[in-house]
Design a protein around this ligand. Sequence first.
Ligand code: CU
Length: 115
Amino acid sequence: MFKIIIFLIFVLNSTLSYSHSQLTEILPKDNVIYTKTPPQIQLKFRSKVKLVKVDLNKVAEDNQKIKLDLDSFKKRSKEFAIPMPSITSGKYNILWRALSPDGHIIKGKSEFEVK
Ligand SMILES: [Cu+2]
């Protein structure tokens, strides 16, 4: 019985602490209206990940993709700060995809507006 409990604690603990590398912060934030364009796209993770893609799209104009310079973000890291290209007012979304240390693909989205 004691052995089973130890085993369960180990299993639960490892799933809670080590599964994936969840995003802890994204800027621009999801569902936020900005009066000034945020200067950077920032992504923060719980552990080092490899960015697979970050797309910035203008919503409502056929999801027009805006070019981002991702060349300097090939290395694994916990934090990424991508310079924001000059964008006009409107609604945008950021679609990101990354590879976590355990080999899983993690992904997310942030939709924001610039007034
Ligand atoms: Cu995982």
